[in-house]
Design a protein. Structure first.
Length: 66
């Protein structure tokens, strides 16, 4: 599976469109705990990137958050 790197905000918007109940804080907590990886954004050091496919796979394996 290839990476689909997006900002955390874009990940939230796209996952909500897929009817997954995910918010920005949940993704940030997952990243902080090391459950998902973040990458540096080469265009803006203030913004971190996440792999949307990695998040989807995590929710498929463990279910969507409440």
């Amino acid at each position: 599976m290839s990476e689909e790197l997006v900002t955390i905000q874009e990940a939230v918007e796209r996952l909500k469109a897929e009817r997954l109940k995910v918010n920005r804080n949940k993704i940030s907590r997952l990243a902080g705990r090391g459950s998902i990886q973040t990458r540096d954004n080469p265009l803006d050091a203030r913004v971190r990137l996440v792999d949307l496919n990695e998040i989807r796979a995590l929710f498929e394996k463990y279910g969507t958050p409440r």
